[in-house]
Design a protein around this ligand. Structure first.
Ligand code: UGA
Length: 390
């Protein structure tokens, strides 16, 4: 698919870029060929959570083994860069020994090794890659440092050079802080809701303080996605392993798990008995402009609705296929609509889960809307409108 310029995921601008560059890049599953014909290898595989929240390094280890074997025959200095999100110590204590064992060579002497975390957001990944706030390079040897500085030279952004462990930790601390900001905002938002205060206005005021910044204060049903929940949980596990008790991080997860259920609480204020009712759900992706449904709040909400005996009609512009595949346990109970208008036509009860721009175009007159993401059109036009935290 990649060689045919077909992105296997939906990401804005990616297909156009791949079409433009078709023939100038080459995807292969032949490690040896790839490494003999290049100077740098990035390890970009996933680092999912195990059921207990700890990090699963299976893919990282497999990649390191295959790269190590291929490095045996490489004569020029080749640099291996870990871009996958890995806990502090992983590059040096897990990746390095595997590379050395299978290549028969020494890191930092016969080949380079570095850690270079990514800070891309899904949906705006291309933009984030080309205009990053910073580039963090975790390096040990001078030669690797030079090669990576040269690689990133065309990108105009502050470059922070640190040791490998620090680079690994910068990634976790960044994601944990952003997740904390959201859970903090939601906690204040829940208090605001009870007091009749608009939390979005509150955070507009708070964010004007340049020490705080206005971003990542959107209150609602909490964060999903493949990064925040898994990274915060992995950091908690690691902290506990080394004898720490990370109270704030634990609360960040707890607030986030409670948050989507607030939607159902609010709905029940208006419709106490959900059994037999048809509920419309707008949005299944964990955020707009992506087809990714990992840790989406939609799953928690739909599961609860089905448990309460309601039926669900759902629509998402890009994520319906993925949702069916990822969540077969609830998918059987969902009717998938062909448009958001269809959802509005078939029920008067609407839950807004993802803030796709398409949902701003709708007329919600006559509807009971519980909004998890603050869609202005719904706020303006619905018969009954409730925002989760505002
Ligand atoms: C996040 C980080 O923002 C990236 O910097 C990081 O590189 C990435 O994780 C990663 O580790 O790979 P991403 O998960 O793609 O990126 O998306 P975000 O835009 O951060 O949104 C995450 C979740 O937080 C979404 O469910 C979103 O709806 C929610 N969110 C975000 C809020 O509820 N409120 C906000 O104010 C912002």
């Amino acid at each position: 698919m990649i060689n045919n310029a077909q992105p296997p995921i939906y990401e804005e601008g990616l297909e156009e870029l791949m079409q433009e560059l078709k023939g100038k890049y080459h995807a292969t599953n032949d490690y040896r060929w790839a490494i003999l014909n290049s100077d740098i290898t990035f390890i970009t595989v996933g680092t999912p959570s195990k059921p207990d929240g700890s990090i699963d390094l299976t893919h990282v280890k497999q990649a390191a083994k295959s790269i190590g074997k291929a490095l045996r025959d490489k004569e020029d200095y080749h640099v291996v860069v870990v871009k996958s999100t890995v806990l502090p110590g992983t590059t040096e204590e897990v990746v390095k020994p595997i590379l050395e064992k299978h290549s028969g060579k020494k890191a930092f002497k016969d080949f380079g090794l570095a850690m270079n975390p990514e800070f891309l957001r899904e949906g705006v990944a291309l933009k984030d890659f080309l205009n990053p706030d910073r580039i963090v390079l975790g390096v040990q040897d001078e030669k690797t440092k030079k090669i990576l500085e040269e690689l990133y030279e065309p990108i105009n952004a502050p470059k922070l050079i640190v040791d490998i462990k620090t680079a690994e930790m910068i990634k976790y601390a960044s994601n944990a802080f952003l997740a904390t900001k959201i859970s903090f905002a939601n906690e204040i938002g829940n208090i605001c809701k009870k007091l009749g205060i608009d939390s979005w206005k509150v955070f507009e005021g708070v964010g004007l303080d340049h020490r705080i910044s206005p971003h990542f204060f959107k209150t609602g049903i909490g964060f999903g996605g493949s990064c925040f929940p898994k990274d915060v949980k992995a950091l908690i596990k690691k902290a506990e392993e080394i004898g720490e008790n990370p109270l704030i991080l634990k609360a960040v997860i707890e607030v986030n798990e409670r948050q989507p259920l607030k939607m159902i609480e609010l709905l029940k204020k208006h419709i106490p008995e959900l059994k037999g009712r048809k509920i419309g759900v707008l949005g299944l992706a964990f955020k707009p402009n992506t087809d990714d449904v990992r840790e989406t709040r939609a799953y928690i909400i739909i599961k609860k609705l089905l448990e309460e005996g309601a039926s669900v009609i759902a629509y998402d512009p890009k994520a319906m296929e993925n949702f069916k595949r990822f969540y077969p346990d609830v998918s059987g109970g969902i009717e998938y609509a062909t448009s958001p208008e269809d959802v509005l036509k078939s029920t008067e009860i609407i839950l807004i889960v993802t803030e796709w721009p398409d949902f701003e175009e709708l007329d919600y007159s006559g509807k009971i809307v519980i909004d998890g993401r603050r869609i202005k059109a719904a706020e303006r036009t619905a018969r009954i409108y409730e925002g989760v935290c505002w």
